[in-house]
Design a protein around this ligand. Structure first.
Ligand SMILES: Nc1nc2c(c(=O)[nH]1)N[C@H]1C(S)=C(S)[C@@H](COP(=O)(O)OP(=O)(O)OC[C@H]3O[C@@H](n4cnc5c(=O)[nH]c(N)nc54)[C@H](O)[C@@H]3O)O[C@H]1N2
Ligand SMILES: Nc1nc2c(c(=O)[nH]1)N[C@H]1C(S)=C(S)[C@@H](COP(=O)(O)OP(=O)(O)OC[C@H]3O[C@@H](n4cnc5c(=O)[nH]c(N)nc54)[C@H](O)[C@@H]3O)O[C@H]1N2
Ligand SMILES: [Mo]
Length: 730
């Protein structure tokens, strides 16, 4: 397969045209132009400004991801005979890509104990079945939400769960950005981005650490290009050289499309998990240069002295060993940072998917605080979120314990006491299921099986449940492998098919309204109507809320406005769908919502790097999480997914050759055969694709964020045979 020299560009445009032909250009054009928030990443696009526009009104902001998601939702419905023809065992033989392209789920389905196939079931019976099970197992039920559902659905889900009597409520962020929320909370008293899109567009210096927006947030590449064009720095910190972060052709910019745009002004390739060492090294040289902002530090922060002592006393040699990169890179980064008038730090899963994810986040905050780069315009911190509405899930309480203010407001509003227990995170619920302490699970979207580490564990844990219910748009591996004694699948409408408007929150804390649109699946229902109907059946007369009334989503927004601090504006937005930035989230002055109003430095130590190879599990350009749209990863030049990306030195040192099939082992699993591929990744580190590589990822979590170390798995390799497999597309 051909190696690209630039990300984006004509490939993206050609892809768009191909997809348009698949479902009809006019239909697709209408769908992407509709006033709905984009369904893919949390950058935020569309809403009332119209499809393909960001909050600054830029147009057109179209990306492959949104098209893939749209085209998948525009697929035909699965034929009623599909599940009679294919048994669950046969579905298990399908790849994530094959499952996605089977078609939209078009009717409620059930597999009862002993069934070999899913069978159609009427809505009424399905809902009764779920309601009866929940009533019978109240203290042993958990509720999981992914981040693509509407804010209203998320709020209703957690409201139902609390009134039902449990805090076993969580969302996919425990496997995603939880460490960002926890780390920002500890350092600054906030849990989301401190900057607006405009701040980022106009900053002098952007550090992109542990993320690959060229694939995963393509429209963010325009912002990075603009920073470079106006003479700013983009420092990339990533063990793997991502071509799209070196050069990217922004499709909506004619010059960039033709000639490509440089992105990284400096590309640092640390070891997996070398980030704290890097950030400490940059801090060390900043101190040597005398480039810290003493005034800001004295007035607006605490705990700086201990932090500085730790930084000064760490040796360059120790930092270099942990980092795998020479001192000169840390020195160079510090010098450029010292010259910048404003700076924004953005990060993604390369930072959070570690057993010390929260410490990683705090190390980034430390570096920003040293120069007073939080709490002023054009400077600050940006967790680059994943799912398009995952941030709202946290905001409106789809979390184990509710924030104290929401809890008190909700109790006052409803006139009832709600559960006060700490609840359980996602892994906590899975472990409880594995131990036989959970009986029922209810999943609002997502792929509970496929997103979990340790595939054998995930399968076993879900199979111990008496009942699992999935509210889904399309088939994924959880419907095939994540089956319980009884499994129910309820088909839902996508965001742009909702009969009523819904709201979404972007990673810039911007709340958008989506209009919804015509149903593409006649027998699918809106997520909110399923939850309200279920709540009515389960809670019956003892419910303090009128669930039929909450079926009108304006009343749900009314309640959110009344109980969630910062969302009061929703009550005023109803009439004209006025979109807004949540107040109290953006920090343009150095006063923080901590108990003392100050930001807190955190003293960190650099851990020694273990022996052996470290594996990161990553996304390809052709997938969205566990949903695989295409086998190819065009940016990394891979035409198939069963590969391991390795440094040339490691391949030689282990006596392997390119395209040789090998076995990859970890403490929990084995994958074989996997093909060796040479890649520009720091020696000692290897990369494979999720969700397949979850077979190898242990269930250990960061004690503070409860997030697994998806990016740091100890693995060993052994040759299967010393031949190479033929390439599919030589
Ligand atoms: N096309 C597409 N878009 C997506 C998604 C998708 O699956 N496909 N998923 C969405 C979701 S939910 C999320 S959370 C985001 C994910 O977006 P990203 O976080 O960008 O995605 P990942 O592929 O998990 O990998 C992140 C990057 O981290 C680097 N990395 C790995 N380990 C380390 C480390 O120890 N240190 C550093 N500095 N870097 C490291 C990898 O080389 C890789 O480039 O994307 C969202 N958007
Ligand atoms: N090894 C490894 N594992 C990982 C990661 C990793 O980097 N490495 N990343 C982790 C991360 S960052 C995340 S966020 C999780 C993702 O975990 P999840 O959010 O649980 O999984 P997704 O793959 O995003 O879920 C996709 C499914 O959502 C359903 N869906 C799509 N649209 C809608 C909708 O509008 N409504 C409803 N109800 N359903 C819909 C479809 O059925 C689709 O198959 O995975 C985590 N797992
Ligand atoms: Mo994510």
């Amino acid at each position: 397969m051909q190696r690209l020299t630039s990300g984006g560009g004509w490939k993206a445009i050609l892809y768009t045209l191909r997809q348009a032909l698949r479902v009809g250009p006019w239909r697709l054009w209408r769908a992407i132009r509709a006033k709905n928030a984009c369904k893919t990443c949390a950058l935020g696009m569309g809403g009332q400004k119209g499809g393909m526009r960001n909050e600054a009104g830029h147009w057109p902001e179209v990306c492959k991801k949104s098209l893939q998601a749209m085209v998948a939702d525009m697929q035909k419905g699965l034929e009623p005979s599909f599940f009679a023809r294919y048994s669950i065992e046969q579905l298990r033989g399908l790849s994530p890509r094959e499952l996605e392209w089977c078609g939209r789920i078009s009717q409620p389905l059930i597999a009862r104990p002993g069934d070999t196939n899913y069978r159609p079931i009427e809505w009424d019976e399905a809902l009764d079945q779920v309601a009866n099970q929940l009533r019978a197992t109240s203290q042993a039920s958990f509720f999981y939400a992914s981040g693509r559902s509407s804010t209203e659905a998320g709020f209703l889900l957690q409201l139902f769960a609390r009134l039902f009597g449990t805090n076993y409520v969580n969302n996919c962020s425990f496997y995603c950005h939880q460490a960002s929320g926890v780390g920002l909370g500890q350092s600054l008293g906030t849990s989301t981005a401190t900057v607006t899109l405009d701040d980022v567009e106009n900053t002098d210096f952007f550090m992109l650490i542990g993320g690959n927006p060229a694939s995963n947030h393509p429209r963010f590449m325009r912002t990075l290009m603009n920073i470079r064009r106006s003479g700013g720095e983009v420092i990339v910190v990533n063990p793997l050289r991502e071509i799209g972060l070196v050069n990217f052709s922004v499709p909506s910019d004619p010059w960039s499309l033709l000639f490509g745009s440089p992105i990284a002004s400096l590309y640092v390739q640390p070891h997996i998990g070398g980030d704290i060492a890097f950030l400490m090294g940059v801090a060390k040289h900043l101190i040597e240069l005398g480039a810290t902002d003493r005034d800001f530090i004295d007035r607006s922060t605490t705990s700086y002295a201990d932090f500085e002592t730790a930084v000064r006393s760490s040796s360059w040699e120790a930092l270099e060993t942990a980092l795998g990169v020479s001192r000169s890179m840390m020195v160079e980064t510090a010098s450029r940072y010292a010259r910048a008038k404003t700076a924004v730090f953005g990060w993604t899963m390369g930072i959070t998917h570690h057993l010390n994810g929260v410490e990683n986040v705090r190390a980034i905050v430390n570096l920003a605080l040293m120069r007073g780069m939080v709490g002023r315009p054009r400077a600050g911190l940006l967790p680059i979120r994943g799912h398009s509405n995952v941030q709202a899930m946290g905001s409106v309480g789809v979390t184990p314990a509710l924030k104290q203010a929401i809890l008190e407001n909700l109790e006052r509003h409803l006139g009832v006491m709600l559960p006060r227990s700490p609840g359980l995170d996602t892994m906590g619920c899975m472990k409880a299921a594995d131990a036989g302490r959970m009986k029922t699970a209810f999943c609002l979207g997502g792929n509970l099986f496929g997103s979990n580490p340790d595939t054998a564990f995930a399968r076993r844990a879900i199979s111990q449940l008496e009942q699992v219910t999935y509210l889904s748009t399309t088939l994924n591996t959880t419907h095939a492998h994540g089956t319980a004694r009884e499994t129910i699948i309820l088909p839902v409408l996508a965001r742009d098919e909702e009969p009523q408007p819904t709201i979404q929150e972007s990673m810039f804390n911007f709340v958008r309204f989506s209009d919804g649109g015509p149903k593409r699946q006649p027998n699918a229902r809106s997520e909110t109507s399923i939850i309200t109907e279920l709540a009515r059946r389960v809670l019956r007369e003892r419910s303090p809320v009128d669930w039929t009334r909450l079926g009108r989503l304006c009343h749900v927004r009314e309640m959110i406005a009344a109980v969630v601090p910062g969302w009061e504006q929703l009550a005023r937005s109803e009439a004209n769908k006025q979109e807004f930035t949540i107040p109290g989230r953006i920090f343009h002055a150095p006063v923080f919502p901590t108990s003392d109003g100050k930001a807190h430095f955190k003293t960190l130590t650099v851990a020694a790097r273990g022996e052996g190879l470290r594996l990161m599990t990553i996304r390809s350009e052709g997938q969205f999480n566990t949903v695989v749209y295409e086998e190819e990863d065009i940016y990394r030049g891979q035409e198939r997914r069963d590969v391991i990306l390795m440094n040339r030195e490691d391949i030689a040192r282990l006596g392997l050759i390119v395209n040789q099939p090998i076995t990859v082992r970890s403490s929990v699993g084995v994958m074989s055969p996997v093909l060796v591929r040479e890649f520009d990744i720091r020696a000692g580190n290897v990369a494979m694709y999720l969700p397949e590589a979850n077979v190898l990822v242990p269930t250990d979590v960061d004690p503070e964020s409860k997030t697994p170390a998806f990016k740091s798995v100890a693995v060993s390799l052994e040759p299967l045979r010393r031949t190479t497999l033929p390439l599919m597309n030589p």
